[in-house]
Design a protein around this ligand. Sequence first.
Ligand SMILES: [Zn+2]
Length: 226
Amino acid sequence: MSELNLVLLGPPGSGKGTQGERLQEDLELPYWATGDILRAAVREGTELGRAAKGYMDRGDLVPDEVIVGMIGQRIDSPEAADGFILDGFPRTAPQAEALAAKLEELVRELTAVLLIDVADEEVVRRLGGRRTCVENGHVFHVEFSPPREEGVCDIDGGELVIRDDDKPEVIRHRLEQYHAKTAPLVEHYDGQGLLRRIDGTSSPESVAEEIRRTLATLRLEADEAI
Ligand SMILES: [Zn+2]
């Protein structure tokens, strides 16, 4: 079987994390959210982790090369022999270039970039409907899992509020930032023929099924190319 080296892209609220975890199980590949890789390296005190901590302690962004170095170490390990799923990196076209250079060093390349597409209004509907219990942080959704009594937590009777992060104007701002950063990246990968668009609007099961079909097609293409 050929290796599957995947990158997952998608806006906040696209269900990307859920799909990443499903893929990890279905394909038995490591799924790396980049934030986790960074935190693990810092915790373990690896050379790159110490370098990253230096930047973070000074309040600076960790440079792309340091993050790519960490990802490279993971990719160049037995757990990633059959492939990997990256989430949260690259986020920009220069980061994509840095990742491609590192993969080339390791004599590997990306198989595909899966973009889980969800319209902005759907994201606002999904995230903007959340209501959080002020007492214990229980989360409800006005549409998908409403509390029995409006504004009151089912579990402890706490007041349900809209967190700042879930306010429509805040969500729209995050989406603007996402589009501004991601558009060049999407174009970059589309130009390389790596981009596969997945309709993220339907149920998590249907989205997972579309991803499975897409990967099956990719494998057929790869086998025919040999
Ligand atoms: Zn509660």
